[in-house]
Write a protein that binds this ligand. Sequence first.
Ligand SMILES: Nc1ncnc2c1ncn2[C@@H]1O[C@H](COP(=O)(O)OP(=O)(O)OP(=O)(O)O)[C@@H](O)[C@H]1O
Ligand SMILES: Cc1ncc(C[n+]2csc(CCOP(=O)(O)O)c2C)c(N)n1
Ligand SMILES: [Mg+2]
Ligand SMILES: [Mg+2]
Ligand SMILES: [Mg+2]
Length: 329
Amino acid sequence: MPAIDAVGEFETIQRLFKPLAHPEWARGLADDVAALPSRPGYDLILTKDALVEGVHFLPEDPLDTLAQKLLRVNLSDIAAKGAVPFGYLLACHWSERCGWPEREAFVAGLRRDQALFDIYLLGGDTVSTPGPLTFSVTMLGWVPAGRAVHRGGAKPGDVVFVTGTIGDGWLGLQACQGTLKLEQDRLDYLCRAYRQPLPQTEFADAILKSATASADVSDGLMADAGRIAEASGVCIELDLEVTPLSAAADSWFAGRVDEEAALEQLASGGDDYQIIFTVPASQEEAMRREADRRHVRLTRVGQVVEGNGLVVRYRGEDVTPAKTGWTHD
Ligand SMILES: Nc1ncnc2c1ncn2[C@@H]1O[C@H](COP(=O)(O)OP(=O)(O)OP(=O)(O)O)[C@@H](O)[C@H]1O
Ligand SMILES: Cc1ncc(C[n+]2csc(CCOP(=O)(O)O)c2C)c(N)n1
Ligand SMILES: [Mg+2]
Ligand SMILES: [Mg+2]
Ligand SMILES: [Mg+2]
């Protein structure tokens, strides 16, 4: 039996990860692969996102909420397709600072979100690195065959909706860094939004029912709207002044002199993990009722017209944002 604080690859897999594994498909995390039975009538949806220390999270971020964020950024992509998640593959690149307590904390976060979102660990990889702490997850989900909602289906005449609020993740990073001056409860809310964003998994069936195109908002509201426009071969007009803000974001916004610049920052900051989607105008009211029923905030942020790319407006005037979203250069 290895010492309780041994941090080798096999101790980590067998003692920490095995209790999280799917009872059949993960093969006890003791095989070369996982093996899933196919599900007749459904398509398998797969997505992968990584988190890198210093790029996606702060060195001082707790490991348990980091594990939750790792699952949630991937759950968000699955929800945006109208799919239901069931399991994931996990790669951990542990840096030198990650001993047994850090790994246990990470696993506690995974366990919490596995229960919350009804998903299982299917397999993965465990390595050490002299570089920054890095994780990646491949999330798997099911969607009725042929029904996944892609980025490319928006049509002129559709309306553009976004769930939840925009800008909390971007402000939350600053709140966690201690560079934002707001009341403490506002700072706490924003920091939580950055560390534990809540993906809209319970809205996936509404997306599946009525959306013509959909994507999650990870890079920025404007950038992700632009990707739907590009994939659909249409123009999306976004009205910046209706960007939905939380009470905390609103109190930050109230202190800004240049409102347009502030909205551009919120709508390009990213880390929102909301869903931006399009529906035919005839479905607008039905979609609002679906959202009300689920207690999901829904905001009409624009419309789809003939043309190409993104047009951003502020109080009816076209504007040219300095940037539309996050990019890895
Ligand atoms: N290294 C890669 N190899 C293969 N496909 C990739 C690679 N990187 C990205 N992709 C693919 O490119 C497409 C866009 O990826 P992107 O990461 O921008 O989407 P996203 O996950 O929705 O956004 P975000 O990363 O901001 O959350 C996806 O189909 C993704 O699978
Ligand atoms: C420390 C720190 N600095 C900056 C950011 C902002 N950020 C980084 S990547 C990204 C887009 C989504 O990632 P990806 O496109 O890789 O999926 C955003 C908004 C952060 N989260 N943490
Ligand atoms: Mg990605
Ligand atoms: Mg993503
Ligand atoms: Mg996405």
